[in-house]
Design a protein around this ligand. Structure first.
Ligand code: PMP
Length: 410
C-alpha cells in the first residue's frame, strides 16, 4: 500500500501507516469508478448464478455466451430471481431489514432464526439444530468445538477442505481412510481401539468418523449403513456432511440418511449447507438436544459471528417447505484424465453453449481431472439433450485436437 501511495505522490513519510484524508478521498473516487465499470460484469455474474436456462458468461475469453448452465449448485432452481421463494425473501427484507448486525448471543437472534432452527430439526427428523451464516465455517469452526487433543479423527481421504481445516484446527490426531472403503475404515478403527493413544497406553477420548453424504468430485454416495454399523461396533461417533446430498437425494429429499432409509438419530452429528439445494447461504448442525445446546454456547461460528441475514433465512425456510415431499437431483462427474485438456474442454463447451465446472489437481488426483455436471430440477429434457450433444461434440477427435492445440498455446 505504501509503495502504491508513494507512486501516486501521496505518501511521503515512511512511518505513515494509515492513509491520510486526501488519500481516502482519492481511494473513494477510484473505488466508485471501478464499481461503475464492474456493474455490467456483476449483472452478468448474477445472471449466471440465478438463471438456469440461459446465462451470460464473459470469463476466460472475454466474449459473451448464452449457455446452458451445468455448473451451478442451484440444484432445485430455488436461487432463481423468479423462483418460488424470491418474493418471500424480498418481503422479509422489508420487514426485518437487510442484516442483523449482531450475533445470536447479542441482539441478532430473531424469530425467523428460531423458526429456521426448528424447521431444520423437523425436516431432518432429529431433536434440534443450529444454523450458521456460512457453510464452510459450519465445518471449520464446529469440529474444533466437538473434538480436541486426545481425540482421534478418521477422515475420508476425499473430504472437503472445510472438514480438513476443521479437523486440523481441532488439535485432534487425524488419520485418513481410503475413499468410501469400509475395509480400510474398519482396519483403522480396529487399530485405534486396540492401540489407543501413542505412547500413553490410554484409549482415545473420542473417535469420530468424518464423512460426506455425496462426494461432489466423484458423484459417489457414502456407504452410510456400513459406516453406522462400524461406528456402533467400535463405539465411535459419525459426523456427516450433507452439503451436496441434503434436499438432493432420498425419497423425500432428506439426504443420504433418507436415501438408505436409516434412522437419522444414528448419525451423531448431521451437518449440511444451504448453498446448494436451498439456493441460499449458510449451514446447519443437527442432532440431539445436548449437542445443539453445547454448540449454541460454544461454537465460535455462532457466538462470535453475526447471524444469518433475514432474507437468506426466509429463502431457506421457503425452499425447505417446498422440498418436504419433492424429489431431486444429482451430480455427474465426467472424467477427462488428461490435465492439459481440462481448460480446453471448458472453453470449447462454453463456445458451444454449455457452462460446466472443470476441476483438476490439487482438488482431484492429477490424472483424474474432470468436468462436473450439476443437474437441477430446473433443467428441461430439451436442455439436457442439447448438453449431451455438446459434450459428445467436445470429446470427438476434431474438437479434442483443437483443444490440445489450445492447451499447448496456453
Ligand atoms: N462441505 C462440502 C462437502 C462442500 O462441498 C462445501 C462447498 N461446496 C462446503 C462444505 C462449504 O459450503 P459453503 O459453500 O456453503 O460455504
Amino acid at each position: 500500500i505504501r509503495d502504491f501511495l508513494r507512486s501516486i505522490g501521496i505518501e511521503k513519510e515512511k512511518t505513515c501507516t494509515e492513509p491520510k484524508l486526501p488519500v481516502i478521498g482519492y481511494m473513494d473516487t477510484k473505488r466508485k469508478e471501478l464499481k461503475e465499470k464492474q456493474t455490467l460484469n456483476n449483472v452478468d455474474k448474477h445472471h449466471m448464478i440465478r438463471i438456469l436456462k440461459k446465462q451470460s458468461y464473459d470469463k476466460i475469453t472475454g466474449k459473451k455466451h448464452t449457455v446452458i448452465n451445468l455448473g451451478s449448485y442451484n440444484y432445485l432452481g430455488f436461487s432463481d430471481c423468479k423462483g418460488p421463494c424470491a418474493e418471500a425473501a424480498a418481503e422479509t427484507t422489508q420487514t426485518c431489514g437487510i442484516a442483523t448486525c449482531g450475533s445470536r448471543q447479542e441482539l441478532g437472534y430473531l424469530d425467523i432464526h428460531k423458526k429456521l432452527d426448528t424447521l431444520v430439526a423437523e425436516f431432518l427428523g432429529v431433536d434440534a439444530a443450529i444454523t450458521i451464516p456460512m457453510g464452510f465455517a459450519t465445518n471449520s469452526m464446529n469440529i474444533p468445538c466437538l473434538v480436541g487433543k486426545g481425540c482421534l479423527i478418521l477422515s475420508d481421504e476425499l473430504n472437503h477442505s472445510s472438514l480438513i481445516l476443521g479437523a486440523r484446527l481441532s488439535g485432534a490426531s487425524i488419520r485418513t481412510f481410503k475413499h468410501n472403503n469400509m475395509i480400510d475404515l474398519e482396519n483403522k478403527l480396529k487399530s485405534a481401539v486396540i492401540e489407543g493413544r501413542p505412547r500413553l497406553s490410554r484409549p482415545w477420548k473420542k473417535i469420530i468418523i468424518l464423512i460426506e453424504g455425496v462426494y461432489s468430485m466423484e458423484g459417489s454416495i457414502i456407504r452410510l449403513p456400513e459406516v453406522i454399523q462400524l461406528k456402533k461396533k467400535y463405539k465411535a461417533y459419525v459426523y456427516l456432511d450433507e452439503a451436496h446430498s441434503i434436499g438432493a437425494i432420498g425419497n423425500s429429499g432428506r439426504g443420504v440418511v433418507d436415501y438408505f432409509g436409516l434412522d437419522p438419530k444414528d448419525v451423531d452429528v448431521m451437518m449440511g449447507t444451504f448453498t446448494k439445494s436451498f439456493g441460499a447461504a449458510g449451514g446447519y448442525i443437527a442432532g440431539n438436544k445436548k449437542l445443539i445446546h453445547y454448540l449454541r454456547l460454544n461454537s465460535h461460528a455462532s457466538v462470535y459471528s453475526s447471524s444469518m441475514p433475514p432474507a437468506v433465512t426466509q429463502q431457506i425456510i421457503s425452499s425447505m417447505l417446498i422440498i418436504m415431499g419433492k424429489d431431486g437431483t444429482t451430480e455427474v462427474p465426467l472424467l477427462i484424465f488428461l490435465p492439459s485438456k481440462v481448460a480446453a474442454m471448458n472453453r470449447t463447451c462454453l463456445e458451444k453453449g454449455l457452462g460446466i465446472v472443470v476441476v483438476g489437481f490439487p482438488a482431484t488426483p492429477i490424472i483424474e481431472s474432470r468436468a462436473r455436471l450439476c443437474l437441477s430440477a430446473a433443467h428441461t429434457k430439451e436442455m439436457l439433450d442439447k448438453a449431451l450433444a455438446i459434450i459428445d461434440e467436445c470429446v470427438n477427435s476434431k474438437v479434442h485436437d483443437e483443444a490440445s492445440q489450445y492447451a499447448k498455446d496456453v
